[in-house]
Ligand binder design. Structure first.
Ligand SMILES: *[C@@H]1O[C@H](CO)[C@@H](O)[C@H](O)[C@H]1NC(C)=O
Ligand SMILES: *[C@@H]1O[C@H](CO)[C@@H](O)[C@H](O)[C@H]1NC(C)=O
Ligand SMILES: *[C@@H]1O[C@H](CO)[C@@H](O)[C@H](O)[C@H]1NC(C)=O
Ligand SMILES: *[C@@H]1O[C@H](CO)[C@@H](O)[C@H](O)[C@H]1NC(C)=O
Ligand SMILES: *[C@@H]1O[C@H](CO)[C@@H](O)[C@H](O)[C@H]1NC(C)=O
Ligand SMILES: *[C@@H]1O[C@H](CO)[C@@H](O)[C@H](O)[C@H]1NC(C)=O
Ligand SMILES: *[C@@H]1O[C@H](CO)[C@@H](O)[C@H](O)[C@H]1NC(C)=O
Ligand SMILES: *[C@@H]1O[C@H](CO)[C@@H](O)[C@H](O)[C@H]1NC(C)=O
Length: 395
């Protein structure tokens, strides 16, 4: 016989899923932390080893102090020195401290995380530099919004400061995200590479969730699904191939002929977008018949050392006649999320994505997917939030 609690639970679930965002609910949900906490409490591997790795990170210490800037510069414009490492380091720290709080329940980490967010909220007004400023608005926008979203239900976060964080994310980051997606820095829709649109979309989706801005979220999700830019999901796929031995489709993607550092960055970013959307009850993982799986399969197969077919691609910088072997085998976090979703949750054949995940982990500290501080200290090591072996792996 269903109890009153059952009906209440049903009613609350129903009303939440139709009327508002799930919180926390960008990259991670309460259910995710129940699974993660169980693994950590039980000392299960490989979750425990990556949890230990996180606790050793310089960005996950409660003594961490931020360096907020009024203007962040990415790309040397001939006048102002670049200072954007302060932003990506502080953002990584806010995220890692937030994760550390959610797993340890120790509020000293929560305090350190909200201190970082608050300090940027009252300081940052502008992101400038060269056109690379739009990479900063996208990459650090989605990351900071995810750190904020992880803290959203922390009772110790002063509501005025929480609101100020949302206002800063909207007025500085989302403003630039929207501007870039509409205008492409004064260029047409064929200019720029996929990762530029993807990081700015990931940012709008995360900020939309944190600030409960349905319009912002919906606009970005629709853009990713349908365009208009050819860097959105339909245009991201350049060609489909059938792998003869398995019958599986592999999809050449927009940056395959450019270099593998950016192709693997795209892989990480489409995973972030799809996960954020999935946690609000929509599904980009299945869009265009699992296009994301097929595209990451293609990129993964090539990067772990196998041949893939390729057709010439007309980029805005000229025709690319061969797949680029530049930075082939690039090691960056992001594949754990994709393997967990497609292979472990959906039961699809994600063998190539799994192979790239294992390649990355095999080349990483302790054989697991780490995060900021585990992949060098230049910007590439901070494009992805990482720690996927802890945060996404199901089995
Ligand atoms: C933290 O709290 C959660 C939820 O109450 C619980 O599941 C988890 O085991 C706790 N973790 C620790 C390390 O106490
Ligand atoms: C709000 O954030 C500011 C800036 O970091 C900080 O000085 C202030 O103490 C915070 N207020 C509260 C009530 O936490
Ligand atoms: C919500 O997002 C839309 C679209 O990005 C924006 O125009 C609007 O100003 C945002 N609302 C608030 C309250 O910030
Ligand atoms: C690849 O296949 C999918 C699904 O069958 C289709 O929607 C898409 O248009 C194809 N892309 C290309 C570039 O042929
Ligand atoms: C992805 O692969 C599946 C199975 O191999 C195939 O059915 C589907 O059409 C492919 N999708 C695209 C976009 O190529
Ligand atoms: C990388 O690609 C270039 C250009 O196609 C080619 O000349 C070179 O031999 C390739 N290098 C390797 C190691 O495959
Ligand atoms: C998954 O695909 C790979 C090749 O892409 C194939 O070798 C393997 O047999 C497939 N696994 C299953 C269980 O079908
Ligand atoms: C990563 O690991 C593979 C084999 O596990 C190795 O062949 C490759 O050179 C490594 N790549 C890097 C960049 O360390």
């Amino acid at each position: 016989m269903p109890t009153l609690a059952y009906f209440l639970a049903f009613f609350l679930t129903f009303s939440v899923s139709t009327a508002a965002f799930v919180h926390p609910g960008a990259l991670h949900t309460i259910q995710d932390f129940e699974r993660i906490n169980t693994h950590v409490t039980n000392g299960d591997e490989p979750w425990n080893i990556v949890w230990t790795l996180l606790t050793e990170s310089p960005y996950a210490q409660s003594s961490y102090l931020p360096t907020p800037r009024q203007t962040v510069y990415r790309g040397y414009n001939g006048v102002n020195s670049e200072n954007y490492p302060d932003l990506y380091r502080d953002t990584a720290a806010a995220y890692q401290l937030a994760i550390r709080w959610r797993i340890s329940n120790d509020t000293t980490y929560a305090e350190a995380a909200v201190n970082i967010l608050n300090s940027w909220a009252v300081t940052l007004t502008t992101i400038d530099g060269t056109s690379d400023k739009f990479l900063a608005s996208g990459l650090y926008g989605y990351q900071m919004a995810n750190a904020a979203e992880l803290m959203t239900d922390y009772a110790g976060w002063d509501s005025t400061n929480k609101t100020a964080t949302g206002t800063m994310l909207t007025n500085v980051f989302a403003y630039m995200n929207n501007f870039f997606l509409e205008d492409h820095n004064g260029q047409d829709f064929y200019h720029y590479w996929a990762n530029w649109d993807q990081c700015n979309l990931a940012s709008l989706i995360a900020i939309g969730i944190f600030t409960d801005n349905q319009t912002m979220n919906d606009n970005a999700v629709n853009y990713f699904r349908t365009g208009p830019s050819n860097r959105a999901l339909p245009g991201f796929a350049v060609a489909n191939y059938t792998e003869p031995e398995s019958g599986k489709a592999l999809t050449q993607s927009q940056e395959s002929g450019r270099d593998q550092g950016h192709s693997t960055l795209d892989m990480m970013l489409v995973g972030v977008i799809a996960q954020q959307v999935y946690n609000q009850g929509d599904d980009m993982f299945t869009a265009y018949s699992n296009e994301i799986l097929n595209a990451t399969g293609y990129t993964s197969k090539y990067n772990v050392g196998y041949h893939v077919p390729y057709i010439a691609y007309d980029s805005y910088m000229g025709t690319q006649t061969v797949i680029s072997n530049s930075s082939r085998g690039d090691v960056r976090p992001g594949a754990e999320l994709l393997s967990a979703h497609y292979g472990q949750l959906r039961g699809l054949n994600s063998s190539w994505t799994d192979a790239y995940r294992d390649w990355v982990n095999g080349n990483s500290t302790d054989g697991v997917e780490g995060g900021g501080s585990n992949y060098g200290f230049t910007s590439g090591g901070f494009d992805g939030l990482g720690f996927g072996t802890l945060l996404y792996r199901l089995i």
